[in-house]
Write a protein that binds this ligand. Structure first.
Ligand code: SER
Length: 313
């Protein structure tokens, strides 16, 4: 039986992964856990919702016991830009929170667990083109440091305790339902919001900045496919490289303008430029493609069409 706990339920990924899990496993079998934000009435009606803080182990323990949980998606995380403003918070949530959940997963013999890593695990000394699965991991953001430490912690719990923990290094994720909260790749979402609402956007990275990106539908499907893959197929217990497409901020702006001809984009780099410059431009995700058949579907045109259509509604 699947009784699933999802932390970070109201975040960018959680708010789209939960409906998919509820469709597959039944709405009462997926427990959404938020922290500080109140959910919408619609979300509240869509299935069980609880408030808890992953830094408080007893709050999470109570939910595991109350709902007899056997699967956990631990999505909570402080992203890169917010992390630079508050490194202690990033460490506390991203590492102490993760460790609480890993310990509870072992104690309650959780069958499967997912935790998100990121391209932020890489850094300026990593080969930034076609970045390999196994490579230098020397990130220069606290967010990246927590992702590398978290990956190693996950692998340790697999080796030491046999916990079936699976993870992906997500690229920047583009979606229209929920705004991302304080990341560096957020410009690739904000551009669509502003293009539709205001007809212009002031981008916080330079025109030539190129990062790996993915549409939310692909990201949700990748998560689903990884978690559904047979255990013996999973050869990576840190986190899989995962990719779809890469484009520069200028190419993105030009693409948006092909669908909204009056759209104007300016470029005013801020402190997030330095973070973007430390991350890969493209990712080699062949291990995910070999091990569990990963294939992306959305290219930039398809993303722009979907984003603009949905935001106009
Ligand atoms: N999207 C995240 C960020 O920009 C990277 O994982 O922080």
């Amino acid at each position: 039986m699947n009784k699933i706990l999802v932390t970070g339920a109201l975040g960018q990924i959680g708010s789209e992964l939960i409906p998919k899990l509820r469709e597959k496993f039944g709405k009462d079998n997926v427990i959404a856990v938020g922290h500080h934000k109140e959910p919408t009435e619609e979300f509240k009606k869509s299935g069980p919702f609880e408030m808890a803080d992953c830094r408080n182990k007893e709050e999470i323990r109570a939910l595991i016991e109350k709902y007899n949980i056997d699967t956990i998606y631990h999505l909570v995380g402080v992203l890169s830009a917010v992390g630079e403003k508050n490194p202690n918070l990033a460490w506390d949530v991203n590492i102490n929170g993760l460790k609480n959940i890993l310990d509870l997963a072992v104690e309650y013999k959780i069958e499967k667990m997912f935790w998100p890593s990121s391209i932020a695990a890489f850094g300026p000394t990593t080969p930034l083109e076609n970045t390999p699965q196994k490579t230098v991991l020397e990130p220069t953001t606290i967010y990246g440091v927590t992702k590398v430490a978290g990956e190693l912690l996950c692998q340790y719990y697999f080796v030491k305790y046999g916990l079936d923990i699976r993870s992906l290094r997500y690229p920047g994720i583009i979606s229209w339902k929920t705004l991302p909260g304080g990341g560096t790749t957020d410009y690739a979402v904000a551009i669509y919001y502003d293009a539709v609402q205001k007809g212009s956007y002031d981008c916080f990275v330079k025109e030539e900045t190129t990062l790996p990106m993915m549409y939310m539908d692909d990201a949700v499907r990748a998560t689903w496919e990884l978690m559904e893959a047979k255990k013996e197929k999973i050869t990576i217990r840190t986190a899989y490289n995962l990719a779809a497409i890469s484009f520069s901020a200028k190419e993105l702006a030009e693409n948006v303008a092909t669908y909204l001809p009056d759209f104007k984009c300016t470029f005013t780099p801020d402190e997030r430029q330095k973070i973007a410059d430390s991350w890969p431009r493209s990712i080699d995700d062949s291990q995910a493609r070999i091990d569990w058949g990963w294939q992306h579907e959305f290219d930039l045109d398809k993303i722009s069409i979907e984003m603009i259509k949905n935001l106009k509604k």
